[in-house]
Design a protein around this ligand. Sequence first.
Ligand code: AMP
Length: 227
Amino acid sequence: MNVGQPLYIVMLGAPGAGKGTQARLLSEALGLPQVSSGDIFRENLKNQTPLGLLAKQYMDAGGLVPDDVTINMVMDRLGRPDCARGVILDGFPRTLAQADALDQALQSRGQRIGVAPLLEVADEAVIARLAGRRVCRECQAMYNIDSSPSQVEGKCDKCGGELYRRADDDPETVRNRLFVYYKQTAPLIGYYYAHRLLVPLSGDRPVEVVQADLRAAVDAAASAQVH
Ligand code: AMP
C-alpha cells in the first residue's frame, strides 16, 4: 500500500464490538502500530504506576478516565517514532473533547484522520461476547470461551500466557460501559460522519469477513490520501 501521508485510522464501536480484534489484525497486515488506550491503562496498572492507579478507579466502575489524563497519555504515545507512518487507534477518542484534541494535534502537523470505521453490533450480542471474553496477560490476544476458545483452556495459543477475564467484563460493569458509550462516545459517530470519515460496518459477522471489509475501507482511504 502506498501511503504518502501518515495514515490515521480511528476504530469506533461499543465495548465488545470487536475493535481490538480487528485493529490487531489490521496492524499485522499493514505494519502500523495499534494504539489502544485501554491497553496502555492496563499496562500502567500492571506496573502500578500513578497513571495506572488513577485509571483503575474509573475503569473498575466502567467509567471514563478524565480527558486531560487520557489525551496527554495518547499524544505522548503518538509522538513516538513507530507512529511516524500512521496508527490504528483503538478506544481513543471516546469523547468529543478527545476527538477535538486529536484533530488539533494532527492539524498542527499538517495531518488529518484518514478513516473512522464503525463496528456495529447489537447490545445483546455485546453483553454475551464480553461475558465469554478472555484475554492473554502477556500478549493481550483475545479469545471467547464460546466462539473462539484457546486450544488449551486458560492458556494463550500464541505465547502460552495465562488467560484472564477482565474485571470490567462482568455483566453489571458492562451495562455501565454501554451506558457511558451511548452517552459520551456515540456522539463521535455524528462527528466523523460530518467530517466524511465514517464507514459503518456490520460487526456481527465472522472476524475475517469484517476484516476484509475493513481492509477495503482503509485501502480506499489510503489511496484518497495519496491522490
Ligand atoms: P477498553 O480496553 O478500550 O475497553 O478500555 C477499558 C477502560 O479503560 C474503559 O472502560 C475506560 O475506563 C478506560 N479507557 C480506555 N480508553 C479510554 C478513553 N479514550 N477515554 C477514557 N477512558 C478510557
